[in-house]
Ligand binder design. Structure first.
Ligand SMILES: [Zn+2]
Length: 57
């Protein structure tokens, strides 16, 4: 199981995600970023920032 805390990338955000693998996390984060942060363009840099902060639970 992998987990990711959005607040590690976006200060002040309390959203947390968990999935079986990194791709599952990224899919959830993409939806969250669009809905809650107005980020509709998920750049390779953003994906890398998220991947760097995904931890195994
Ligand atoms: Zn967030």
């Amino acid at each position: 199981m992998k987990t990711f805390a959005c607040g590690d990338v976006v200060p002040g955000c309390s959203a947390r995600f968990s999935a079986a693998d990194e791709d599952g996390i990224l899919a959830q984060v993409a939806g969250h970023a669009a809905h809650d942060h107005g980020i509709h363009d998920v750049t390779p840099e953003l994906v890398q920032a998220v991947r760097d902060r995904i931890v195994s639970a």
